[in-house]
Design a protein. Structure first.
Length: 86
């Protein structure tokens, strides 16, 4: 009876270790990005500093029927100052 109990523990231990090790290798083959959400947001370029910002996080300003996207208020103010002189 002790032998069967010992054998069962060995088998379950082996299966648990095998599952753990295969999980490690499958994550590393994907670059470790298995738990990261996919990147789906479009990036837009700030016309002042040239930084790319996710469109949904950008500050939007419309002028002359065209939309401009900015990374921060500072860039928006600089853009307005530069283009108001014209």
């Amino acid at each position: 009876m002790k032998f069967l109990f010992f054998l069962a523990i060995i088998i379950f231990g082996y299966l648990a270790l095998k599952r753990y090790v295969s999980g490690l290798f499958s994550r590393s083959s994907q670059g470790g990005a298995s738990n990261r959400p996919p990147i789906t947001d479009e990036l837009v370029k700030d016309p002042v500093c040239g930084v790319y910002v996710p469109k949904k996080e950008a500050i939007v300003y419309g002028r002359g029927g065209k939309l401009y996207y900015f990374c921060c208020e500072k860039c928006l103010k600089e853009f307005k100052k530069k283009h108001s002189a014209k």
